[in-house]
Design a protein around this ligand. Sequence first.
Ligand code: SAM
Ligand code: SF4
Ligand code: SF4
Length: 337
Amino acid sequence: MQLDTYRRPLMDLRISVTDRCNFRCTYCMPLDEYDWLGKKEILTFEEIVRLATLFVQLGVEKIRLTGGEPLVRKDLEKLVSQLSPLPGLKDLCLTTNGSLLAEKAPALSAAGLRRVSVSLDTLNPEKFRAMTQRGNLNKVLEGLFAAKRYGLRPIKINAVIERGVNDDDILDLVDFSRKNGFGIRFIEYMDVGNSNGWLSEKVVSKAEILSRITSHYGLRETGRQGGSAPSVDYQVIDGAGDIGVIASVTEPFCSSCTRARLTADGKLVTCLFSARGHDLKALIRNGASDEELRDVISAVWRVRTDRYSDERLEAMKSGRGYEAKAHKKIEMITLGG
Ligand code: SAM
Ligand code: SF4
Ligand code: SF4
């Protein structure tokens, strides 16, 4: 088991398969123009599988494919079919905006994908369009139901809640997910990347999200899955409903963070808010052996000291104020949310 400076094991890997996205969500990547990675800069499927295999040998049990929008990467199912049989890998999942899921669900399921998380922040078509700038709500709903038909489960909805934008959609989203057998995870709005204009006033806290839900439904806390999942989960007392809240801002969970990230261009990043990563692609393309790559990955993890969200909360509580742009971070679309 690989342990970092605070004795946190390396157990999860999030792989960004592309920095490109067909949406421009205002809270993530609102910019029309961006310095996108060139085709040659992106890891090939062969390189991803090689690195994923080494990570699993080092103790990673769970891999999440993400981006950017992972389904805009051509033939993603081919990557899934190579990752799903990796010995030692217990969980392979995909986070998607759902827009291409209806057409991709059959191939993904056949390739061995076990489950999906689909981002859906509102059920109001106009608001959905405004939040994603390019998305069509119906396409995402079609994607969700196709995933269900093709047996990808559990299906979880991810909803980022931003004050004054979609905090009035919380109960609709709970009702929709209960009715259709989807789980739902509400996410506190975070200061990811450098372009979303984050302000602490726009964060709707976990306490507030829960109080909106408990005004209608009784909830029973079931804790964090596996003890280290980002989400604190709840069951609705009447039985139907799997709800969770990811409270990165108001109740950070850095002390149990076991997640590494592999960027679309092959950098190993040890925190969602990192300014830089360690270039594994350069090593691979310069002929590094598996042993050398494993040594580098363990060395990077061993010296890991990241606790950005803990530090953010300390700064917010100190009265010193908190500057979201204190350092230039890697964009979330590149490092994988
Ligand atoms: N494009 C895919 C999607 O939207 O699901 C995968 C990549 S996206 C970066 C991964 C997750 O990050 C999504 O669930 C998205 O809602 C979340 N996310 C993006 N920006 C965020 C922010 N500022 N605060 C909290 N979560 C955010
Ligand atoms: Fe939205 Fe996901 Fe694209 Fe970010 S990566 S803009 S959250 S769809
Ligand atoms: Fe992990 Fe960094 Fe998030 Fe803390 S801020 S939970 S260390 S990714």
